[in-house]
Design a protein around this ligand. Structure first.
Ligand SMILES: *Cc1c(COP(=O)(O)O)cnc(C)c1O
Length: 412
């Protein structure tokens, strides 16, 4: 078993660019370098033709029309345009209205949705953040319970980036359409891995990003529905009025070409990638769970993406665990904020305690993950956890059958 170290198991953070994507991009740097907005010469026309092709590829992946795709710099920007753009466009303005309108989101969203929501709260919008049950799933019923007469926007992710859980997006979309509320979904972890049909799935606005689907970094897309309803978004950047006025700025032609190619490859390969990774992920989880006790898989056991695993290991100190598996690139349940190591707010929202959140790992696999790499991860995570437990007095007490919840700790 010869694996090349370190091994990459953090595909949910970013993916390597597929070499076929890079190859498609290369001519658009030095040869076909025109500005896609130049209407008077062949340099511009060629760039525009390349952007048009990519727009069709992106649209085809999600069942949209090419005209409904807006190019952005990534999901952070797509989410900002979607959330702020929709809220400001559909804000209550009439006399007698108390606030500017009500928005529904959740505590499990990425910061790229939570922070725009917070800034809208400062502008006078009211935001409800749904907290799911411990399985992490946001259901249509949970949304229904908090819809108000003045709700103008629902923004909920499709699949969660830390635990991979899948929200009831088509059902939530249907509910929003019934109530004439704009529905945005941050589908950054979903698109390219799972099938999408924005019409059947009842989506009005959807964000995704190139670097999570084997495309380039700094290139993203926003789907904005044109019919039933025709969604309008207020731009957050003023400029030349590109992209139907919703996102000004000269288009990143090489990035867009790569994005399009990445979408086309995902359309062809997602089913086989998914089936292969599901087997590897299940092997990973079942091996670790059978070799060790006090191991828990976070998030709903079935309703989650098949290439991701978030596991907590009891009686293990988080930093020690990360140190013990230095050759495995993955994420921990601790988020580095400027001052301290905070437990993940996503795991906290599910009710996972601070200690256990710190000793959690997110492993995410992808197109180039091999079974040998998974075997390596199983072996070395087991070793690291067992080593840390061998030094843990609490683990000894647990092994002796002492109920730790009943222990009287000495006051410090
Ligand atoms: C990665 C990610 C983002 C941010 O995307 P960028 O393209 O890096 O700006 C937003 N939402 C989710 C769910 C993500 O996983």
């Amino acid at each position: 078993m010869a694996v090349k170290l370190p091994i990459y198991m953090d595909y949910a953070a970013t993916t390597p660019c597929d070499p076929r994507v890079l190859e498609a991009m290369l001519p658009y740097f030095c040869e076909t370098f025109g500005n896609a907005a130049s209407r008077n010469h062949v340099f511009g026309w060629e760039a525009e033709a390349a952007v048009k092709e990519a727009r069709s590829q992106a649209a085809e992946l999600i069942g949209a029309q090419a005209k409904e795709i807006i190019w952005t710099s990534g999901s952070t920007e797509s989410n900002n345009i979607a959330v702020k753009g929709a809220a400001r466009m559909y804000a209550a303005t009439g006399a007698g209205t108390s606030g500017r309108g009500h928005i529904i989101s959740s505590r499990l969203e990425h910061k790229a949705v939570l922070d725009p929501c917070k800034s809208l709260e400062r502008e006078g919008f009211d935001v409800t953040y749904i907290t799911p049950e411990t399985d992490g799933i946001i259901t249509a019923d949970m949304v229904k319970d908090v819809i108000r007469d003045d709700t103008i926007l629902v923004s909920l992710m499709w699949a969660n980036n830390e635990i991979g859980t899948i929200n009831e997006v088509p059902e939530i979309g249907a509910l929003c359409h019934e109530r004439e509320i704009i529905f945005h979904t941050d589908a950054t972890q979903w698109v390219g891995k799972m099938p999408v049909d924005v019409v059947k799935d009842n989506i009005d606005v959807m964000s995704w990003s190139g670097h999570k689907i084997y495309g380039p970094k700094g290139c993203g897309a926003l789907y904005v529905r044109r019919r039933k309803p025709r969604v309008r978004l207020e731009a957050i950047m003023d400029g030349g009025g590109h992209e139907r006025g919703m996102r000004s700025g000269t288009l990143n032609v090489p990035g867009i070409v790569g994005f399009g190619k990445a979408c086309a490859l995902c359309l062809d390969e997602m089913d086989s990638d998914r089936a292969r990774l599901l087997k590897l992920r299940d092997k990973f989880e079942s091996e670790l769970s059978s070799r060790m006790e006090v191991v828990q898989v976070n998030g709903h056991p079935e309703k989650r993406l098949s290439h991701m695993s978030n596991m907590s290991f009891g009686f293990v100190e988080g930093e020690g665990l990360m140190m013990g598996i230095k050759n495995i690139a993955c994420s921990s349940g601790s988020a580095c904020t400027s001052a301290s190591l905070e437990p993940s707010y996503v795991l906290k929202a599910l009710g996972v305690g601070d200690e256990l959140a710190h000793s959690s790992l997110r492993l995410s696999m992808g197109r180039w993950t091999t079974e040998d790499e998974v075997d390596y991860a199983i072996e070395h995570i087991t070793k690291a956890v067992e080593h840390l437990r061998s030094m843990s007095p609490l683990y000894d007490m647990y092994k002796e059958g002492i109920d730790l919840s009943k222990v009287q700790w000495q006051a410090h």
